[in-house]
Write a protein that binds this ligand. Structure first.
Ligand code: PMP
Length: 420
């Protein structure tokens, strides 16, 4: 990642040393899938807060609920206390999301961010099983706190912790070793062989589509196989749905199609609906072993986030959003494939599920240059993957076809310009 151009700020000097996103402008306004900067330039948002804005910027119905809530003498901050806003969210989440899917989970508020839900899942799995290690996968991303980082398969990010991190074992994600090598057989062999050095883990944690890792998509068969291994060895299965959840891949939960039943599910990003910080950890009732106070935090369960999140669940009263996301996702992949076919020399690979889509290139820096060019043409997108080799498309799920087509056209032009 290049250092950001801080000169865009008139008053702030470069105090923000760890900031990694370099869009050389100051943004001012946003609506739906569009952003505007202080120069009045319009941008199409194919980034959507890294998946925190599945319903777009400033969704009108959520905004109204928030404004109404603020206008009353309602409680904004309440730590862990029960509030009407929290109760309303829990009821609706249960009625609209869990019950229709016949899912029985205890809902926990682990803190405001994705890393917080991952930390809570790791702690609980270790507590419940009395085992130390957790298996995660190559190129996984689970967050930047010490525990979440220890299971993140990215050596650059891990370098931020300075010294090696333990209590994690990294296994190859599906297709990491190519089509012919079945890495899960290897995992089973490790577990069977008491002398393999791989201890029986507390949990296996995975993303069904690796977002930061380069849009690597696990097949339903592979996910089923992982679940089978977990059941066979009494290992907890944790699905980190922080980025792939809340409809990003079509259904509300990214693992629905595979029909697996994780023991713990991590949700954040778009669960807050409006871009407000919120996270949930869903725990199978038999594993709800926390003693009071064992995992708490000042900002876990913020009432403004509850208000917006409750309203956002209206999207899930029908299957319209899922159907539209799948349709737009297919359309996006087809368009990208057409673009890819024009550039066989770049060996582009298109992959994704729902509106979590990427195009990988074989040249160093190519995807980064494409994103930079796209930005200059009014499209915001980022790279992902271990070498930043993938241009990643993560538009709001509510984007219309016109916005999608315009964004894809800018991407097509940008690829041609960078290659020329
Ligand atoms: N898990 C996954 C799959 C993520 O994509 C992210 C964020 N990119 C996180 C966890 C961490 O979330 P946060 O940045 O809110 O801590």
């Amino acid at each position: 990642k290049t250092a950001p151009d801080m000169s865009v700020f008139e008053t702030l000097e470069s105090e923000v040393r760890s900031y990694c996103r370099s869009f050389p402008t100051v943004f001012e306004k946003a609506q739906g899938y569009k952003l505007w900067d202080t120069q009045g330039r319009e941008y199409i948002d194919f980034f959507a807060g890294a998946g925190a804005l599945n319903y777009g910027h400033n969704h009108p119905a959520m905004k109204k609920k928030l404004v109404d809530y603020l206008m009353g003498s309602n409680i904004i901050h309440s730590l862990d206390m029960a509030t009407k806003a929290k109760e309303a969210f829990l009821k609706r989440f249960n009625d609209i999301i869990l019950k229709p899917r016949q899912m029985e989970y205890k809902v926990m508020f682990p803190g405001p961010t994705g890393a917080n839900t991952v930390e809570s899942a790791l702690k609980l799995a270790r507590k419940v099983t009395g085992r130390e290690t957790v298996i995660s996968f190559t190129h996984a991303f689970h967050g930047m706190t010490l525990g979440a980082l220890s299971i993140t398969g990215n050596s650059f990010k891990r370098h931020g912790a300075g010294v090696p991190l333990n209590h994690a074992v990294s296994m190859p994600y599906e297709n990491y070793l190519g089509d012919d090598i079945d890495s899960l057989t290897l995992l089973e062999r490790y577990l069977e062989d008491k002398g393999s050095g791989v201890a029986l883990p507390a949990a296996i944690i995975l993303e069904t589509v690796q977002g930061e890792g380069g849009i690597n998509v696990a097949s339903p068969e592979w996910l089923k196989q992982v679940e089978k291994i977990c059941r066979r060895w009494d290992i907890l299965l944790i699905v980190d749905d922080v980025q792939a959840g809340c409809g990003r891949t079509g259904p509300f939960f990214s693992f629905e199609k595979a029909g697996i039943k994780p023991d713990i599910v991590c949700l954040s990003k778009s669960i807050g609906g409006y871009g407000l910080p919120m996270a949930l950890t869903l725990i199978k009732p038999e594993f709800d072993e926390w003693a009071p106070g064992e995992h708490n935090g000042t900002f876990r369960g913020h009432n403004l986030a509850f208000v917006a999140a409750t309203e956002s669940l209206s999207f899930w009263e029908t299957d319209a959003l899922t159907r539209e996301t799948l349709r737009k996702g297919e359309k996006t992949k087809q368009s990208l494939q057409q673009i890819a076919d024009q550039h066989p020399d770049l060996d582009p690979v298109v992959r994704g599920r729902g509106l979590m889509v990427g195009i990988a290139f074989n040249q160093t820096d190519f995807a980064g240059k494409v994103c930079k060019e796209a930005f200059s043409r009014g499209l915001i997108m980022e790279t992902s993957g271990p070498e930043d080799e993938v241009a990643k498309l993560l538009p709001p799920l509510t984007i219309d076809d016109e916005g999608l087509d315009r964004g894809l056209a800018i991407l097509e032009e940008s690829i041609a310009v960078v290659k020329a």
